[in-house]
Design a protein around this ligand. Structure first.
Ligand code: MG
Length: 189
């Protein structure tokens, strides 16, 4: 089974930090697809990947929005992706704040385990694409190959400060997917 994990904010949609009310996507209007992200998800779907979204949403337990708000935003995203020809296997969200010390908030890996329970998958063969250091740390601790995209909250200068470096760095999801699919096509040839 070919599986790929995606962070949400800064990968699929515009990172909400700095321009939304609480720097979280709390309303439908705050969810803006990044250029090329739906097309990239469609290409992954057509290439036979199972796509799983793993996202920290501490704004829920900080009281900025509710699980119902999140569900509306998520359902709308899935509908939109589907009408573009893509398919998400499942989307998983951690509502906790850092202070709650849960097992699911990235860089912890609880949500990945939940997403893949009962599935026969090899994390070592899987990619995780994210835009933050917590994504890279989570992916690394699972043994995934990590791709940092520069379409969200991190730039190349930030990466210099990180203890855990991404395996690969790409401009955005579209470029990451283009690169991945080319690479696997070459392997097969
Ligand atoms: Mg993100």
């Amino acid at each position: 089974m070919k599986i790929i994990f995606l962070d949400r904010d800064g990968v699929i949609n515009k990172d909400p930090a700095g321009w939304t009310e609480h720097s979280y996507v709390t309303r439908l209007e705050d969810f803006i697809f990044l250029p090329g992200s739906r097309e990239a998800i469609k290409r992954l779907t057509e290439a036979g990947y199972e796509i799983v979204i793993i996202s920290n949403q501490a704004g829920i337990n900080r009281g900025f929005f509710t699980k119902d708000d999140l569900k509306k935003i998520n359902d709308n995203m899935l509908k939109n992706i589907e009408s573009s020809g893509g398919k998400i296997r499942s989307a998983h969200y951690c509502p906790h704040t850092k202070e709650e010390r849960c097992a699911c908030r990235k860089p912890n890996t609880g949500l990945f385990k939940e997403a893949t329970k009962n599935l026969d998958i090899d994390f070592n063969g899987a990619f995780f694409i994210g835009d933050g250091s917590m994504d890279i740390e989570a992916g690394e601790s699972l043994g995934c190959k990590t791709i940092l995209v520069l379409s969200g909250k991190s730039g190349l200068l930030d990466v210099k400060e990180w203890k855990t470096k991404p395996d690969f760095i790409k401009k955005d999801l579209a470029e990451a997917v283009e690169w991945m699919l080319n690479k696997s096509a070459k392997r097969k040839a």
